[in-house]
Write a new protein. Sequence first.
Lengths: 559, 294
Amino acid sequence: MITNKIFLALALAVVLLGLVSAAETSYCCEKTNSGAWCQNAPQDQCNSSFAISPTSCESTGYCREGCCFNRNTGTCAKNSPEKICTNDGGIWTSEKTCSISQCSLGCCLIGDQAAFVSRTRCGHLASAYGLNVNYRSDISSEVACIATATADVEGACVWKEGFDNKCERTTKAKCSELSSSRNSTFYDGLLCTNSALNTTCDPSEKTTCVEGKDGVYFLDTCGNLANIYDSSKAKDETSDYWKEIIDPLFSCTLDLGSLGSQSNCGNCNYYDGSTCKKFERTSDIYAPIYGDYICRDLSCDYDTDGIGGIDAINEHYQHGETWCAQSKGSSEIIFGEESTPDSSEENVPGTRYFRLVCYNGEVTVEPCADFRQEVCMEQKVSTPTIPKGTFSNANCIVNKWQDCLAQTDEKDCINTDMRDCSWISVDGHGKCVPRYAPGLSFWGENADAMTQCSTGNAKCKVEYTKSIEREGGNTLGLKTLKKTFEDMEWRITDNERCDPTEGGGAYTNWREDLNNYCVSLGDCGFSNNYMEQKGYSNWEDIITYTSKMDEEEMAEKSE
Amino acid sequence: MTGLREDAPLVLIQALMKNKPNRKFINDIFIIMTMKKGVIESGKGQVTIFIIIAIAIVALGAIVYMFYPQLKASFGFQVQNPEAFLQSCLEEDVLDSVDVLSPQGGSLNPTLYMMYDNSKVEYLCYTNEYNKLCTMQQPMLKEHIEAEIKGKISSKVASCLSDMKTNLEKQGYSVILREGDYNVELLPKRVVINFDNSLSLKRGDDVSTYEGMNAAFSNNIYEFVSIAISILDFEATYGDSETTAYMNYYRDLKVEKTKMTDGSKVYVLSDRNTGYKFQFATRSMAWPAGYGLE
């Protein structure tokens, strides 16, 4: 109950301070001195050359946010103030979220490319490429849009030049365009190396990468693309390999885990973790049998545990895999396996969470929000095809700790849909605390740390008693005092666990219990920081002992 | 004289003949050039002169290579095609301005910015408050960049048009150049400058007219700006964005997001092949330390 009162007081303080704060920042600056448009800030931060009103920007005409769109290019921007929109030639509407027809997205198909954009932008792109517009408003997702993009059917475009049959691999449309100038014939699905076409193009051992495609392709002697690189078929003149265009689905299978597969097969797939690159000794383990290009393995190795060296299985990550760094002081948070962290070692002052991302053979580090306002959560998906057995997806998620202290019911406290809190026992009572202790500001006059940590303050009054023992009765039947008051011994009759001299193990437990509560609140209490440096060096810094009542006071009480 | 072979001059000539410059060869040239007079025998002295001439030729070649567009304009290389001339004349300035504004969020002189990696990175969506979605600072980012480039190259455009006219007149053309405005447009894989000019050339019976010339420069800034706009849309709607989605769609793209202590974020978009970078900052849905009571 006392805690509740303290929290209510804190909540009240928050509200009051919020009001004070709002009173300080209630000017809407059309432009601030730092150059930001439309910010609520104290008056002295507003640029006096622009509009200033003692109200929030949402209430002003000059900083009302809406949707800014460009009539020609079809680009749309949400949360845009009218003035900066129109200054740059945009058209402004009050529809803040851009839910207007000019900004609704659809699938723009241009040649074999696709983009999920507005109709206007599609038209703009098509004119930039000099191609016809094919806009599909019925496709409502980017993934579906990209999947819809298909290349035109290709084949061999053959024409006569002197006594020779020249050939170029191209689309039917392009071949038709050229047919007027060179009287060419299109052979759907055939390669220029097809012997039946009797062209000057022959199979070669040269390979190449193709923009917009993942695989390694053989080239013919005329420089035309042939099929996906397959070393076993390089000299094969009997099969269809050098005769027809073969879909990559029916080409060789690349197995990055298999010895030498990269040397022999160029059927790379970006989503499976490989792409066509020029062979480099420093980056590639295997060299191609023919040509200079290879399916590069895009997986990554990273010393996640930070102890040096790479664990070939557990520290080998697939292309596209994301996972949480094992940064000092951070909790290992696995989706579906959330547990209460050890507050003495985890989420200690200075701890921050980081997400690691493996793409294109390179690991990038993404810090989560500072002060543990975000934590990193990892989900491990069972994937038997990779040695580690799991594929990780990690994300920085918001740490919802703010209302933990207000929870008095265990069920409400541990409701993970609502908050990230833990129910712990403090000195025999259940308390709701942040599961991942937040970082607190300790600087400034009204620093969070002072307010938040003070909710963990506790007072324990140890009761000492002197018992009056009497000797046997005299002739009147009255007992006499055995000893004088001063000679009597003090005995603890209540809260012995709080007395450092008498409490023993109970005292240590009580102290640990309360400190555990404190450190769970945030950067409070007696703990080391993330670098394992001591904060408060002694318990005495956080526990204050007041002296016993003086003798006179006790004598009065004893009477 | 350490490292100089006795037959150095002969080796140098052989190397020149074979056109195989190497580190040793360059060292030898340097050492010979710093030799005191009289150290080299008279026969070898002649060879030295040849070497010096050879070096001068190479140096001249290098200068021509490095300053070709300017020399072309200054020394009166013939203007065969006015558009090609403008392209060549403007290329360096256009691409330089793109290189300057790309790491600065699309502005040549950012006003609202944070320092990151020694660059002033402009906030394109910003709020100074906590727990609040950002306000767009450059809603028309593409148009803003186009205007920035246009402003940066304005004097160069004027001088290029003037040089072109002078050059053509030197070639004996009678030139009528109606100068109009020009605009810069970012398009897929290129930056285009469209001139609203008309140019009439007459030499004898030879008459040619050019209406609305344009110059295109290969660059990927359009693609990067499009991705930046998409990220800004997420920032304005949700307060954050997912970087991996972009790397899934665009294979050579690297998206890095760094969250700062004050809640600002820096996005660095880069091309894994060319190393070209576009970076910008946002501050949206920032959280304070603790309850943010201070």
